[in-house]
Design a binder for this molecule. Sequence first.
Ligand code: FE
Length: 255
Amino acid sequence: MPTTPLFDRDGHRNLLLEDFSGTGMAIQANQHVIVDHGEGIILDPGGHKVYSRVLGATLGELGRAKLKYIFLSHQDPDIVAAINGWLMTTDADAYASNLWIRFIPHFGLDHLVQARLKPIPDEGMRLKLGTSELLLLPAHFLHSCGNFHVYDPVSKILYTGDLGASPDGAAEVTDLAAHIPRITWFHQRYMQSNRALRAWTKMARSLDVEIIAPQHGGLFRGVKMVHEFYDWCDQLQCGIDVMEDIYQVPGAAAT
Ligand code: FE
């Protein structure tokens, strides 16, 4: 299966593994691999439906480089479900929010590999990859209560998991105004509050970002589009902002 290089310079590569989506009802998902001077990381490797193909493609792209890390932005099955296979077949350490460390083993984590599932503290952290350093950034409540994004200062790509995701899939966003209606419902329902979005954009605006790469659907390329996306986030009412009235006892069941 093909991979799309998003960045390739001086021993640093950022690769998008294309169309390893599940079939049928399963949501399309992107997998991203970053390689720097002999060391690699895979972001949100996915579930069982794509495991063998994503593993094969990742190891093929790594070549002689070593898979050092597996990053899990949050606990959802399309991100975590195949983690046991990844830990059993590679030497990588997996990083996930501290909140999910005792829940992820329920996906079936062998006791031999459990110690290689490492917690990310709420404040985030940095990971050394080759000669570069990746930033694991707090993105809590967007949508999971323990949620992280990855910023790569070399490629200037911000990997945002479900934030910015378009569940219908799309290679790249070319017309943001036309794209926004396609992602609005997903963000209104999955993201937890405008307050969380504004806290996130305040942090994101402090970074030099050229591409926002979500885990589902199209990526946002160029500083102008990235900032237009921040502007949209700043004004979006979502989650508890728009759903408070739903807390009502349901009526009688249909007969
Ligand atoms: Fe999710």
